[in-house]
Design a protein around this ligand. Structure first.
Ligand code: AMP
Length: 171
């Protein structure tokens, strides 16, 4: 299946000059959604992860069914102030200013677990690299990353640790 036909391009969103790759048109398509989750499952199974970490918020959409299919637990990484128990935090640079991501301190136990990090899309790689730092702060190991979409021109992979990066659609 050509998943690109199900992803909609929205020019100048959320600001001028950004071509937004809208996956909601893929999500609403029953066979597209099934195909995407099944393909991610098949490609990610060999990584031998112990946990799936999904990045707020579109990483939750793909991370949870992937965890279910691989029979793994799912751990959310959220924007600052959303998680109720004790957290590890990491601040990372945006185009303008900084942002903060958090993970529960007791989410990735036992220490030394292998973690697969999931998001819908990799652009500059800053968000995924910050999430990898949270996994390391938790005493765990990043086994790999998976994204439905990769924007290759932005070379986000070079900001990630040297582990497998699995993607389904490239622009
Ligand atoms: P980055 O940290 O630059 O890799 O940005 C990744 C995050 O921003 C992901 O959670 C994406 O959902 C979102 N994002 C960045 N650029 C785009 C884009 N062109 N279209 C859709 N989502 C984007």
């Amino acid at each position: 299946m050509d998943l690109k036909t199900l992803i909609r391009d929205i020019p100048d969103f959320p600001k001028p000059g950004i071509l937004f790759r809208d996956i909601t048109t893929l999500l609403r398509d029953a066979s597209g959604l099934r195909y995407a989750v099944d393909a991610l499952t098949e490609k990610c199974a060999p990584l031998g992860a112990d946990f799936i970490v999904g990045i707020e918020s579109r990483g939750f959409i793909f991370g949870t069914p992937l965890a279910y299919q691989l029979n793994l637990g799912f751990v959310p990484v959220r924007k600052a102030g959303k998680l109720p128990a004790a957290v590890h935090s990491v601040e990372y640079a945006l185009e303008y200013g900084t942002d903060k991501l958090e993970i529960h301190q007791d989410a990735l136990l036992p220490p030394g677990s292998n973690v697969l990090i999931v998001d819908d899309l990799i652009a500059t790689g800053g968000t995924a690299a910050a999430t990898a730092k949270l996994v390391e702060q938790s005493g765990s190991r990043v086994a790999g990353f998976t994204f439905l979409v990769e924007l290759r021109d932005l070379a986000g992979r070079r900001h990630l640790p040297d582990v497998p990066v699995i993607t389904l659609v490239e622009y």
